[in-house]
Design a protein around this ligand. Structure first.
Ligand code: UDP
Ligand code: MG
Length: 139
């Protein structure tokens, strides 16, 4: 895939409570095209490796436990300036600080259970995409 893309996860709380559909609608309405998508239950090793930059932080272990607590939806999203635009669409990590109309403001239930993940840099989008999607599974 050559165009701008970002990597996203619909987190376990949102999948569990039936918010995947409404979240996908907001993603489409935000101008993103789905390039790859899959439902997966992450293993502890996968989750620890995915979030390795947070290893040692006070919330790390609890975050891993949460992220493996149920299935998630992983996806690649295409759009011009995808990484930055998607971070705007999801809003701040802490939903109490997220702007009205953002996905996290709408669907997060706490800082941890903030409904979605979005890559924070183009470099991380590549790293995270490679984590879940071989080139042949991208459209
Ligand atoms: N997180 C948490 N407590 C915190 C900070 C973060 O549980 O104090 C969780 C939250 O689910 C967040 C994830 O860890 O989305 C990764 O944190 P980061 O700072 O990278 O936020 P993000 O990039 O997801 O906005
Ligand atoms: Mg982050």
């Amino acid at each position: 895939m050559t165009g701008d893309f970002t990597f996203s996860i619909i987190k376990p709380n949102a999948v569990r409570t039936g918010k995947a559909g409404p979240i996908l609608s907001m993603i489409n309405e935000g101008g993103f095209e789905i390039s790859a998508m899959r439902m997966v239950r992450m293993t502890q090793q996968q989750a620890e490796s995915f979030y390795v930059v947070h290893k040692g932080k006070p919330f790390f272990e609890s975050l891993i436990e949460f992220m493996i607590s149920g299935p998630v939806i992983v996806m690649l999203l295409k759009r011009e300036n995808a990484v930055e635009e998607f971070r705007k669409l999801i809003g701040a990590t802490d939903p109490s600080k997220a702007e009205q109309g953002t996905i996290r403001k709408t669907f997060a239930v706490s800082v941890q259970m903030n409904a979605v993940h979005g890559s924070d840099t183009v470099e991380n989008a590549h790293r995270e995409a490679n984590f879940f999607f071989p080139e042949k599974d991208r459209f």
